[in-house]
Design a protein around this ligand. Sequence first.
Ligand code: TIU
Length: 229
Amino acid sequence: MELLIDAQPAPFGFETTRSALIMIDMQRDFLLPGGFGEALGNDVSQLAGCIAPARQLLDWARSVRMSIVHTKEAHAPDLSDCPPAKLQRGAPGKRIGDAGPMGRILIDGEVGSDFVPELAPLAGERVLRKPGKGAFYATDLGDWLARRNVDTLIFAGVTTEVCVQTTMREANDRGYNCLLVEEATASYFPHFKQATLDMVRAQGGIVGWTASLAALTGARETLLAKGRA
Ligand code: TIU
């Protein structure tokens, strides 16, 4: 289905069969107390408001049968995929691999590393574990998308200026058209979210486009998009 939606800095046209939703790191470790985000000193309540819009976006992507990728930032239990520079961040006792109320912090398989229930993947949706902030680094995401002939990525998740923006920039350099859904992403710092939206779409969309959830979910197929009407 071909869609043309209101977006900034310009209308955004895409083919749903050649698009993928990239839902970034909607994990307990970032969204709930006791996880990695809070261990770094953040107020995790700042992220709560994006859960419902992210779920609406996910439901929409499912309804149009778009490819869906759920990323999770999580490390192997032996920390072999966690560089020392990353391991040393944060207060002693609250670092990656340390014990917390949701299990070992940011370790794959622990309760904290799993997705919040509202954003739980369904069968057939890709779960992509990543050791970095960007989803292309040290993963097979590029190959996976290439096999599906994907040229457009729709982004949501947390946090806007860290894992979402890093992945969007990686994708932009790889030639994907990138759209960030404004209500379906959040930061521990609201002004960082706003700055990210602004810098992504500045300079004619130097990194990509942004759009409201309503612009996307309310879109109707239009043959006018390619002048075929
Ligand atoms: N700390 C922070 O804002 N984010 C991360 O560490 N990871 C993600 O953004 N997922």
